[in-house]
Design a protein around this ligand. Structure first.
Ligand SMILES: [Ca+2]
Ligand SMILES: [Ca+2]
Length: 289
């Protein structure tokens, strides 16, 4: 009887321990699943890069990186990837992204290599007030569109996006240029965008200083932007306020000093001359008396 009781007791504790183990296993599995889900979500958002801009030398927007003139040496330099789908980023195209601010302008260079470049390749910079992972949600598009990449024919285009459709601006603002180095298959795109400018009206985004703003970089191989944007990524740029400080040259300082001295001398001479006339008048009055 005692043996049966001991046996029942041992079975009871085994069952109880196994329940405990099940609860612990369930909790561990739940934690693993949750961390995996969080990881997947953060992967979806990891495409975005924040860049705090610095002022620097003004690059020339001509599609060439002039290393002898240290053209882009002041730029913030990043290596990022462009993806087919920002919600599930994978197998991206690596690009060099260089950005610098000069006075009221933002300069962006995009450079990459491809085994084969298509004749109608393009790169664009999309802007909007609020961020999105969908290029058709953006408001403004500055695009450098190749018409024949091997011959080096390209156009700089300014578009606006309305209800997921691209429309050409009535007035083109900003600048862009590109060049393909045939030997290395490396292409360079250079852009200039105005900051705090309302010149483009409803057809451009006003890029505000003092805040982070979203910029989407797009790549494609046709001229159909509504449907054929192939690769993209979003960066968040903090644009700086620019305070205009006029620089006075040494020649200007000498001129201002000389002018001040001459006018002071003329003023003193004129004052002395008037003083002498007054004195002379008083003398004449005394003589007449
Ligand atoms: Ca250049
Ligand atoms: Ca526009």
């Amino acid at each position: 009887m005692e043996k049966i009781s001991n046996l029942l007791g041992s079975v009871y504790w085994k069952v109880k321990r196994s329940r405990k183990l099940n609860i612990i296993s369930f909790a561990i599995l739940s934690l693993i699943s949750l961390s995996f889900l969080i990881n997947c979500l953060s992967l979806a958002q990891s495409a975005e890069i924040e860049i705090f801009l610095d002022f620097g030398k003004e690059p020339t927007v001509d599609g060439y990186i002039d290393r002898t003139a240290d053209e882009w040496d002041d730029a913030n330099k990043q290596k990022i990837f462009l993806y087919q789908n920002l919600s599930a980023p994978e197998n991206g195209l690596e690009i060099d992204l260089w950005i610098v601010q000069h006075e009221f302008f933002l300069y962006i260079a995009v450079s990459f290599e491809l085994v084969e470049h298509q004749s109608n390749e393009f790169v664009g910079i999309l802007t909007a007030e609020s961020e999105s992972l969908d290029p058709l949600d953006y408001e403004d598009a500055k695009i450098v569109q190749f018409l024949n990449i091997t011959e080096g024919n390209f156009e700089y285009r300014d578009y606006f996006i309305n209800e997921s459709k691209f429309f050409a601006d009535s007035q083109v603002n900003g600048a862009g240029a590109s060049h393909l180095e045939i030997d290395s298959d490396r292409v360079v795109y250079e852009f200039q965008l105005a900051i705090e400018s309302s010149d483009g009206g409803d057809e451009d985004t006003r890029i505000e200083a003092g805040i982070y703003s979203p910029f989407m970089i797009i790549f494609g191989e046709s001229q159909n932007y509504d449907e054929d944007i192939m690769l993209m990524n979003v960066i968040s740029l903090f644009v700086q306020f620019y305070a205009y400080n006029p620089i006075i040259s040494i020649e200007q300082i000498i001129f201002i000093t000389l002018a001040s001295v001459i006018f002071s001398l003329i003023g003193s001479f004129y004052g002395y001359y008037i003083f002498q006339i007054i004195k002379l008048k008083e003398k004449i009055k005394k003589i007449r008396r």
